[in-house]
Design a protein around this ligand. Structure first.
Ligand code: BG6
Length: 474
């Protein structure tokens, strides 16, 4: 039996802020990603008050995709991608976020980009907001906790979805919206929600998330007016949690931890707040500022599909003191003795992807798309210029096999698979350029030095074959 359906969307994924660079070109405004300094595997990125002279901001240059996209997409077309996931930098369209009229030059850029995708045989899959909230909206309005952002986002979403309605069929609202949690300052920042006093995080975060839910639902509703073939999904960073032991206390702790993420999907797929979150807010004295229309938006704007990133599984237990923090300070976990990890402490768990697919399909019954997955590593260029990324191939092979089992053995409805950073780009959590994911190597280092030239890694030829055989040969 074939593993994957004929129309399976094999692809690759990037985001605007991690690859475009050109942070001040074409009328672009400053986004929250533009005030994040470079970090390393061992020292976190910092968020500065505006642009500070002397600091290094790797997203300002990215991989210069703004200027090289035509050649890069040609290479990705050669790789055989059927779809290409990227985001629109909100600040190219509305530089501050609160303007009445969009920036035509920014709109023209994405016209050219999406046309090039199609020219090279790739369906664009577009995230509306991938950690790219305009900085002015965070600084002057307090970020997503301010309800005004709903209207600003709706205007932005309407402009781009209507403009690209005939070029883009697959949309996603907020990238990894579930990282917006009060115990993660980086997560809240990436969501554009952080502008509050210490101690106010829980209330601010709850309000920010609510406002994002409403804004996302409005984007889904806009999508519905544009034609039957338009699909608007949500996107979460999904991590299956395993209990530390079979002690029921650990099991309960892992389940409760899992619900912190399901909460986001529950609202975005069902249009109502789940009982456990309502209770949690009530106990914590959190009161949401809402309007009558919000509930209609949430109900009518439930998503068409679930996009999610999958990199790792985590372990959770009742004893908080045994947790360590990984992934740039976003994720709390315990070591899993059965699994190997990447250098960044991310547990490599292909079986976990099958578990994830089954859990999500079982719980929501909506089509799924794995919109990120991949192996971040320091790659080495051999003297002859080749890059023999065998570990990456092994990682993908195992994950694609697990995905194939979820589809052909278990019956999960999976639309596509877009490995992360199909071309090397700036890491979101650490700001490193040398944490690489790509099938295509970009000759730049953490300091931004290098020729910027592109090279096909060994995984390039391997993935090309996978796509050619629709996942039969991995
Ligand atoms: C996801 C994000 O969290 O993981 C991407 O959506 C990010 O933006 C990716 O780049 C990998 O994480 P990192 O920190 O290795 O870049």
């Amino acid at each position: 039996m074939k593993r994957f359906p004929e129309n399976f969307l094999w692809g690759g994924a990037v985001s605007a802020h991690q690859c475009e660079g050109a942070w001040q070109e074409g009328g672009k405004g400053i986004s929250i990603a533009d005030v994040m300094t470079a970090g390393t595997r061992l020292s976190p990125r910092r968020i500065t008050e505006g642009i500070v002279e002397g600091e290094r901001y790797p997203n300002h240059e990215g991989i210069d995709f703004y200027h090289t996209f035509e050649e890069d997409l040609a290479l990705l077309g050669e790789l055989g991608l059927k779809c290409f996931r990227t985001s629109i930098a909100w600040t190219r369209i509305f530089p501050r976020g609160d303007e009445e009229e969009p920036n035509e030059e920014g709109l023209r850029f994405y016209d050219r980009l999406f046309d090039a995708c199609r020219k090279y045989g790739m369906e664009p899959v577009v995230t509306l907001s991938h950690f790219e909230t305009p900085y002015a909206l965070v600084k002057e309005y307090g970020g997503w906790r301010n309800r005004k952002l709903i209207g600003f986002f709706e205007r932005y979403a309407r402009v781009v979805m209507e403009r690209y309605g005939t070029k883009v069929k697959y949309w996603m609202t907020f990238n990894e919206i579930n990282h917006c949690k009060p115990d993660s300052r980086l997560g809240m920042w990436l969501a554009g929600a952080l502008r509050c006093e210490k101690g106010e995080e829980a209330q601010a975060c709850a309000q920010a998330v609510h406002n994002m839910f409403v804004a996302g639902a409005r984007a889904v509703r806009i999508g519905r007016t544009l034609g039957k073939e338009i699909r608007t999904g949500c996107m979460i960073g999904y991590i299956p949690y395993y209990p530390a032991t079979c002690d029921p206390k650990d099991v309960a702790a892992a389940e409760a931890r899992g619900r912190e993420d399901y909460f986001f999907l529950d609202v975005m797929t069902k249009g109502v707040y789940p009982y456990y979150k309502t209770k949690q807010y009530e106990k914590a004295g959190i009161v949401l500022e809402t309007q009558e229309r919000d509930w209609e938006d949430l109900r009518e704007g439930t998503v068409d599909y679930i996009g999610f990133s999958y990199y790792m599984s985590n372990v959770y237990g009742a004893d908080e003191s045994r947790m360590t923090v990984s992934s740039g300070g976003i994720i709390k976990t315990m070591k899993n003795p059965y699994l190997k990890e990447t250098l960044w402490g991310w547990a490599i768990d292909p079986e976990g992807l099958r578990i994830a697919l089954n859990r999500l399909y079982d719980r929501y019954g909506l089509p799924l798309m794995v919109v990120e997955n991949g192996y971040g590593a320091y790659d080495k260029r051999e003297p002859d210029g080749s890059i023999l990324d065998e570990d990456r191939i092994a990682y993908f092979r195992a994950h694609i096999e697990a995905m194939g089992e979820a589809v052909s053995e278990d019956g999960v409805a999976l639309m596509g698979y877009t490995p992360w950073g199909c071309i090397d780009l700036v890491s979101a959590s650490t700001g490193e350029m040398e944490k690489r994911y790509g099938f295509i190597y970009v000759d730049l280092d953490n300091q931004g030095n290098g020729t910027g030239k592109r090279f096909r890694k060994k995984s390039f030829g391997w993935y090309q074959k996978v796509i050619e055989t629709n996942g039969e040969i991995v």
